[in-house]
Design a protein around this ligand. Structure first.
Ligand SMILES: Cc1cc2nc3c(=O)[nH]c(=O)nc-3n(C[C@H](O)[C@H](O)[C@H](O)COP(=O)(O)OP(=O)(O)OC[C@H]3O[C@@H](n4cnc5c(N)ncnc54)[C@H](O)[C@@H]3O)c2cc1C
Ligand code: SF4
Length: 409
């Protein structure tokens, strides 16, 4: 693999991880643990690391999170556990993600098998979609003794873990390892199978006691003025293309305009720079003080030399030339580039699944759909749209199904 895709952040060594863990205040009622959406309990695994009990630390992480090695790399910890960390009052928060990465790397190197399949309870559940929501739901159900079939439209599992988040932030070998462990636990993944097209919901329901729909928001939104424009591609299509063809990416443009100000726009801009695209301009609706992208991602993108223009909205497009207007001041900006990539959000495609969407989203309260055998989870269920929340929602929907089918015993 070429350098441009190699994982960016170096990991800790045994010595440096001990130094970082030694900064932890071992707080009573640790705020970091209360702030983790997946209940991964940093206070407890950091304490184990301090005692050099890496197996115990891995046990703690795995008891709550089937995707612990992935969350260690991509979780926006600055919004959750590290935001709550008491050490911030002294200097800087503990690098909880970094310590978790060290522990899960140790677990992978030792090929520890911590999660175990439960004894069969005779019930079976179908899951539509193998992104983080579907994968965590499958794990919790397998631990409880359910048989699990996952229907996945793509040829690989993982959803945005496999086809979205760039390699330099989340290496494919980490994703594949976590997925393989869920397969080893008993998940039966049926690849290249689009539910609603290759198989109907009615057929799936007839063969399972419950169905969980975890299809995510897997399509990029396209603003109407850009429809059918040959220069335009959605951010998620572009990132999927790069991940699919890492060593052999074709059609590298000389210049690019990226439209959007969130983390996905930062991923696209940084990826373009890593592919040696000379001029990359990111134009965002938000002004800098209201940017949606995390500070870490924004700084990383700026470091790559991407020009970021804030506060502008696209007004018209003529081929590959876009005219933008400033939101608050009089000002017009015309930019021409070889390609235009839209990072303006993702929408849900529920064709054939029996759900209605509103502005590209499925609106339900909780995890139950209208049909009593059908549940939703992951990005299409209420709550944050992050991997750690997909883990949380996956566990919660599995508990709810277990309660409905077997009384939760
Ligand atoms: C570029 C990008 C970067 C991101 N970076 C981060 C990050 O750094 N940290 C973070 O926490 N979150 C990040 N996210 C958000 C995170 O990836 C999502 O919140 C998460 O993947 C949602 O999980 P999910 O299982 O609901 O859906 P998805 O990951 O979207 O998975 C849905 C799965 O369902 C399948 N599917 C869809 N329709 C059907 C059908 N009809 N039949 C069968 N299968 C179907 C899809 O192929 C896919 O595999 C990022 C998202 C993107 C797009
Ligand atoms: S809040 Fe910070 S200092 Fe306290 S236990 Fe958690 S990681 Fe350690």
């Amino acid at each position: 693999m070429t350098n441009k895709y190699r994982e960016e952040a170096p990991g800790y060594t045994m010595t440096t991880v001990m130094e970082e863990a030694a900064r932890c205040l071992l707080c009573h009622d640790a705020p970091c643990s209360a702030a983790c959406p997946a209940d991964t309990d940093p206070a407890s695994f950091i304490q184990s690391v301090r005692f050099r009990n890496l197996k115990g630390a891995a046990d703690t992480i795995r008891s709550n999170n089937a995707l612990g090695a992935i969350c260690a790399r991509v979780c926006p910890t600055e919004k959750y556990c590290e935001l709550a960390c008491s050490r911030s009052g002294i200097d800087v928060p503990i690098d909880i993600g970094g310590i978790q990465r060290f522990v899960t790397d140790f677990e992978q190197q030792g090929d520890l098998k911590i999660i175990e399949k439960g004894d069969s309870n005779g019930k079976s559940v179908a899951i539509v979609g193998s992104g983080p929501g579907g994968l965590q739901t499958a794990t919790t159900l397998l631990e409880k003794g359910y048989a699990v079939d996952i229907y996945e439209k793509n040829e690989k599992a993982g959803g945005y873990l496999t086809y979205g988040i760039p390699e330099y932030r989340l290496p494919a070998n980490i994703v594949n390892y976590e997925i393989q462990r869920i397969i080893d636990l008993g998940a039966n993944i049926k690849y290249n199978t689009t539910v609603g097209k290759d198989i109907t919901m009615t057929e799936i329901k007839a063969n399972h006691d419950a169905v969980v729909v975890a299809v995510g928001a897997s399509e990029g939104k396209v603003l109407s003025m850009f429809k059918d424009n040959p220069y335009v591609e959605s951010a998620v299509d572009f990132l999927a293309r790069v991940k699919e063809n890492q060593d052999d990416i074709v059609d590298i443009p000389g210049s690019a305009i990226v439209i959007g100000g969130g983390d996905v726009a930062m991923d696209v801009s940084t990826t373009l720079k890593r592919l040696n695209v000379k001029n990359v301009t990111d134009v965002a609706y938000e002004e800098f003080d209201e940017f949606k992208a995390s500070k870490k991602e924004l700084a990383g993108t700026q470091k790559q030399g991407v020009t970021i223009v804030d506060g502008y909205v696209p007004e018209r497009v003529n081929g590959n030339e876009v005219t933008f207007k400033h939101r608050n001041i009089d000002g017009e900006l015309k930019i021409k580039a070889d390609t235009i990539i839209l990072a303006v959000g993702q929408k849900v495609n529920t064709e054939g699944l029996g759900f209605v969407t509103e502005h590209g989203e499925v609106k339900f309260k909780g995890y139950k759909a209208k049909d009593e055998k059908v549940y939703v989870t992951g990005d299409i269920a209420e709550g944050d749209k992050t991997v750690v929340w997909a883990v949380r929602k996956g566990k919660e929907v599995a508990e709810e199904i277990d309660h409905d089918l077997l009384g939760g015993n």
